[in-house]
Design a protein around this ligand. Structure first.
Ligand code: URP
Ligand code: ZN
Ligand code: ZN
Length: 460
């Protein structure tokens, strides 16, 4: 099967130029001006950008959490991702205490294999370290799982202690892995939660007040210090706070391989959301929480300057009715997380490129190229080049959109960006040469998505 995409403006992290793209089966085979190649199907991309499929390296699909299971599974989640211009995700397999990392991966493969509309991979979260787990790590890196997650929060559930952090960093660094961290001080948060509940504060707002910026700043600082001690590269997920960003910037200035991602929710939403009436604030209960208005401009600057390298969604959807509800009367029982797989790319284009904060090349870097490089998928993914996978988005920068729960593909009963409108729509999305989205409609196949083993960490 040969597909020709004609007349589009190709955009990569490095440059933008007018050319045609020839796809043969799953791969890009040629990029040339005024192509006369024959093809089975031709798409006219005049007036459109063509950029590499976006990669979302932080998702939670079909994940048991907070006494329930996320609303999106691998089918609805990857379909929604495709609708938003994302063609590859990296989800988290969570170790069950007492079991191996291999068993966690086996369980997550069962959840995902045969059920995805786009390609996928896994990080693995270490929640219970022992010698056998340390021995497993190098073997997993060589099998295509080169990234390990540790949690400094969620006391009594996923949280690990400092000795675990250091040991995981050392082993991962020696073996060619990258350690990802949820950086909030879980012990401090635990005390504050108890104090607030004891004082009768049960509403969603207290989720945010019990997780202050200082809890994130302290954990980021501690984790970076341990990364420096171990010499290992380190990556902070869902960084939300200006003070934490300053610590990352300082370490990078000193030459340490410290990387960080932020998420659209910290760029577009703020603390005031927790005051939505009728328990509506529960829709925004996530960790770290939304911050004070004004904080987001520091994050936008961090993206523009390069101190933040990736924008991921941290998609972790729970229905308002029946799931978020579990925390009426006790904010600590509200399942943590919010949907965002489908809206990530358009939000970042709208706020970043249309908003004049950075170039379209920087945008491509943040949503596709840098994640591909950091997580061992480049140049198979994350760019437009002969030989790369034909994961492509034909994007109309003039087309208007309005986000709404009523029209989304995400399988959840609300959209945190309900009513948000802007410009820039992924009109056609290709996953390894297969058209999966055509003018907002899913036209792909569940099961087309394939597990992508990733290469060891090699920098950015
Ligand atoms: O609240 C969040 N972020 N839920 C998902 C799990 C995590 O901490 O990333
Ligand atoms: Zn987290
Ligand atoms: Zn997460």
């Amino acid at each position: 099967m040969r597909i020709l995409i004609k007349n589009g403006k190709i955009v990569t992290a490095a440059d933008s130029y007018q050319a045609d793209i020839l796809i043969e089966d799953e791969k890009i085979v040629a990029i040339e001006t005024n192509s006369a190649a024959s093809a089975d199907q031709v798409f006219d991309a005049a007036g459109r950008y063509v950029f590499p499929g976006a990669i979302d390296v932080h998702t939670h699909l079909d994940m048991p959490f907070g006494g329930t299971v996320t609303a999106d599974d691998f089918t609805t989640g990857t379909t929604a991702a495709a609708a938003g211009g994302t063609t590859c995700i990296v989800d988290y397999a969570l170790q069950t205490p007492g079991k191996t990392l291999g068993e966690a991966l086996e369980a997550w493969h069962k959840r995902a294999d045969g059920k995805c509309a786009i390609d996928y991979g896994f990080h693995v979260a270490v929640t219970d370290l022992n010698d056998a787990v340390l021995t497993e790590m190098p073997a997993l890196i060589n099998k295509g799982y080169p990234s390990f997650k540790v949690f400094m929060a969620y006391k009594g559930v996923f949280q690990v202690d400092d000795s675990t952090l250091l040991k995981v960093l050392k082993k991962s660094g020696e073996a060619g892995g990258l350690v990802l961290v949820h950086a909030e001080n879980g012990d401090v948060i635990d005390v504050l939660c108890r104090e607030m509940l004891a004082a009768g504060h049960t509403e969603p707002l207290y989720h945010a007040l019990s997780r202050p910026p200082e809890a994130e700043e302290e954990a980021v600082n501690r984790f970076i210090t341990m990364a420096q001690l171990s010499g290992a590269p380190a990556y902070i997920v869902h960084l939300s706070d200006a003070g934490a960003l300053a610590r990352v910037a300082e370490a990078r200035l000193q030459g340490y391989p410290v990387y960080a991602e932020t998420c659209p929710q910290y760029l577009f939403l703020d603390l005031d959301r927790y005051n939505e009436p009728n328990f509506g604030g529960a829709k925004y209960v996530m960790s770290p929480p939304l911050r004070e208005a004004g904080n987001e401009e520091f994050l936008w600057s961090g993206l523009a300057s390069g101190n933040l390298q990736v924008v991921a969604s941290d998609h972790c959807s729970f229905n308002f009715k029946g799931q978020k509800d579990l925390g009426r009367g006790n904010f600590t029982k509200i399942p943590n997380g919010a949907p965002g797989l489908e809206t990530r790319v358009q939000l970042l284009y709208d706020g970043g490129v249309d908003g004049g904060r950075f170039s379209i090349n920087k945008f491509v870097d943040l949503v596709s190229t840098a994640p591909a490089r950091l997580f061992g998928l480049y140049p198979q993914k994350g760019t437009i080049a002969a030989g790369s996978d034909a994961d492509l988005v034909i994007f109309n920068p003039e087309a208007p959109f309005t986000f709404s729960q009523a029209t989304q593909h995400q399988n959840v009963d609300y959209n945190p960006y309900e009513g948000y409108s802007g410009k820039g729509v992924p009109e056609q999305v290709f996953s390894r040469g297969a058209l999966v989205i055509d003018n907002g409609k899913f036209v792909g196949k569940v099961g087309h998505g394939r597990f992508q083993p990733r290469k060891p960490f090699s920098g950015l």
